[in-house]
Ligand binder design. Structure first.
Ligand SMILES: C[S@@+](CC[C@H](N)C(=O)[O-])C[C@H]1O[C@@H](n2cnc3c(N)ncnc32)[C@H](O)[C@@H]1O
Length: 369
């Protein structure tokens, strides 16, 4: 018999095996994912979700909390591992909640029943294995929550894996976390478009070791086309840290690659395609801030909301100052100077030393001098 430990989160207590690991068939619970569960529950409450699928539920922390914390909700909890599902069943009983348990491969389950208001997918690593079936089977207006923990691939550390898994050109950049999130949303948008589905972004963010994206499914050809307008390639120069979005159509023009250079005159790298639109809806951020309680969650919401004003990826100020041999200034001072010069700038939740800035690298240089 495996040693068991009890974990408290919110109003529930669940049992997990003491020797739980981050891989394989061993039942899984990660306390760092509390914010992930908090935001998911908050979104389900805000949008008055009635039928929820916790597609990869492990020991049931999300399902059980959701059933306790939201009103009038039917919660379906799905887990493939026979070993893990014993814990899920035990936790259901111990917490006295009426959740519906499935012991299926999520892809098979989705092909039989896509009739949910909210489908949450929290896999080990990449969500790509499940996305097609979610996008193919979910109804119009269903909310989808997607977690990804394969940050190395999404953020540009493993270029070959990124091409294989997401079909995008990537590279190390000075804004790797934002590249990763935009890379993931871009992939979701292209995958959705295959099925003539558009996506409406509700909220997304990065935290410690994962990305989370919440969006609504829009089953219409027009919405699919509108969604694709938010996909662009990104030109990036390692030397000057210049960056700019470029439309799909422009890439194909004659000598395009030869002509494109950063402020320093060096050739740009072509990265993407990635999502170039807003990665959160400001109204949803406001609604979420009434629901979540933790200080860090509030901080993420405040920053994410502000960030939507500027869509070009943030500058890593330390790196930018280092390559330009400048003394670093305080972020608040830089924001003030930028505003005095008629330029927008904000902090970013992706990186404490990051600055969003709506000018180009030359303009940032002037402000920092
Ligand atoms: C990262 S864990 C989920 C954690 C959980 N959401 C939580 O908040 O504690 C992923 C789970 O998905 C399960 N899983 C993996 N492949 C699956 C599949 N094809 N169908 C259903 N469950 C699967 C794994 O056994 C594992 O328990």
């Amino acid at each position: 018999m495996q040693p068991i430990i009890k974990i408290k989160e919110g109003d529930i207590e669940i049992s997990i095996p003491e020797n739980e690991k981050l891989s394989g068939k061993i039942p899984f619970f990660n306390p760092v994912m509390k914010f992930n569960r908090d935001f998911t529950i908050a979104i389900a409450k805000i949008f008055k979700v009635r039928r929820f699928l916790d597609g990869l539920s492990a020991c049931g922390a999300l399902s059980i909390r959701l059933k306790k914390e939201a009103e009038d909700i039917e919660v379906h909890s799905n887990e493939i591992s026979d070993e893990t599902i014993k814990f899920l069943r035990q936790n259901k009983e111990d917490n006295n909640v009426d959740i519906i348990i499935h012991n299926r491969d999520l892809n098979l389950l989705l092909n039989e029943d896509g009739n949910f208001d909210f489908i949450d997918i929290d896999p080990f690593g990449s969500p790509v294995r499940f996305l097609s079936n979610v996008l193919l089977n979910a109804r119009h207006n269903t909310i989808i929550g997607i977690t990804a923990t394969d940050l190395g691939t999404l953020c540009g550390r493993f270029g070959d894996a990124c091409i294989r898994r997401y079909g995008t050109f990537s590279s190390k950049t000075g804004f790797d976390k934002e590249f990763g999130l935009r890379n993931l949303i871009g992939y979701v948008a292209r995958e959705a478009a295959k099925y003539e589905v558009g996506i409406e972004i509700l909220f997304s963010y990065y935290f410690v070791h994962y990305f989370k994206v919440y969006f609504r499914i829009k089953r219409s050809r027009r919405c699919a086309d509108e969604t694709l307008r938010n996909l662009n390639f990104l030109l990036y120069c390692d030397i000057s840290m210049s960056r700019k979005y470029i439309a799909f159509a422009d890439i194909g023009t004659e000598n395009f690659c030869e002509q494109q250079r950063g402020e320093c005159g060096n050739k740009f790298k072509i990265l993407g395609p990635i999502w170039s639109g807003k990665f959160a809806d400001e109204n949803v951020c406001n609604l979420l801030s009434n629901e979540v309680k933790e200080k860090t969650e509030q901080k993420i919401l405040t920053l994410v909301k502000e960030e939507q004003e500027i869509l070009v990826p943030y500058y890593d100020l330390h790196k930018f100052c280092k390559i330009n041999r400048l003394q670093i200034k305080g972020t608040d001072e830089i924001i003030k100077i930028a505003r005095e010069n008629g330029l927008k700038s904000t902090r970013t939740h992706f990186d404490g030393t990051g600055l969003r800035f709506n000018g180009n690298a030359d303009e940032l240089l002037k402000i920092l001098k």
